[in-house]
Design a protein around this ligand. Sequence first.
Ligand code: C6P
Length: 401
Amino acid sequence: MKVYLDNNATTIVDPAVFSEMEPYFVQRYGNPNSLHLFASETHPAIKDGMEKIYAGIHAPREDSVIITSCATESNNWVLKSIYFEYILTGKKNHIMVSEVEHPSVIATAKFIESMGAKVTYLPINHEGIIDPQTVRDNITENTALVSIMWANNETGAIFPIAEIGDICEEHNVLFHTDAVQAIGKTPVDVQAINVDYLTFSAHKFHGPKGVGALYVKKGKELIPLLHGGAQMGGYRSGTLNVPGIVGMGKAMEQAIDALEFEMTEVREMRDAFEDELLKIEDTFVVTPREKRTPNTILISFRGIEGESMLWDLNRAGIGASTGSACASEDLEANSVMEAIGAAEDLAHTAIRFSLSRYTTQEELDYTLETVKEAVKRLRGISSSYAYAPEGHKSGLDSHHH
Ligand code: C6P
């Protein structure tokens, strides 16, 4: 049996999305900017795709949604644009990000820090969540941007984006949110909250890889990323990714249709699976489930290196992860576990299971049995587990900062 439980890394392309994209490779392949029939036959599909994307996040027509190649690009773009607009010009010199942002935000923040920006890395609390008060406490008159993710990719923790948006608005600070893990899992409405920039990526909600987007509220600064033929309003030149736009549009439409299902059925399956996992002795979950996206579990098995668990799971045909996919080769402690101050022995034991609307009960039953066997085997050969001090069974509380 093959079981895919790494849907926060990427998702299967919905077959309906794939078939909608297909004609735009071999049949309708024209460059939309050309002046002939091959171009014009792509126009309705682009319009339709863009409308679905706008509708999916409730973006009004006057705002911009710029199609990019991925969320990494969108995140880089916002921070670097702020660098050019504010920091280089000396208008303001400070930005804030949470310490558990995706590397595409953290590494970009570090880069602009090396170019002279002042960057505050905001801590998360013991539940793996940002307290809006920390944002308020750290804002100064020199703060140009706050960038805080909507939902964390490792724990699934949903951050208090509405409150943070209000605080930024009140202090005249621009607010960006990385909503990659939020689309299709929790309602995302750019008109319901104060947000100036919002990032998302099609392959996280059953669309194709290589297509992301950046939402920009009307009138908010943005430096053009790619100068050239003036596509995307001159902000991001380059021939439009027609199949990508079609695919992201369809995937967005499907994600919105399936949102209720994710928030009920997927959540129930996740909760029941988690209940069973937590019956295994010495297991811990950081963020309370009601504060998480419906599909994610980050769970620690004391005494078991995450990588060893992954190995056993992989041998049984199950794909999971120890955290973010792009950090999984470095064997470092899970970044959220580190940020909440988990003891070193627990920091390396986290496993992320991320479900999707394609996950079946049978797959979870099989995974549960495999995990139980792996725990038995790995704790049996673990040198550290036998020596784990008593009294650690109440969870992570004893390890908080
Ligand atoms: N997180 C994970 O395993 P791209 O690859 O550019 O489309 O998406 C990057 C990205 C940005 N923000 C968040 C919150 C993300 O979760 C990701 C991708 C994957 O968690 C791969 S590292």
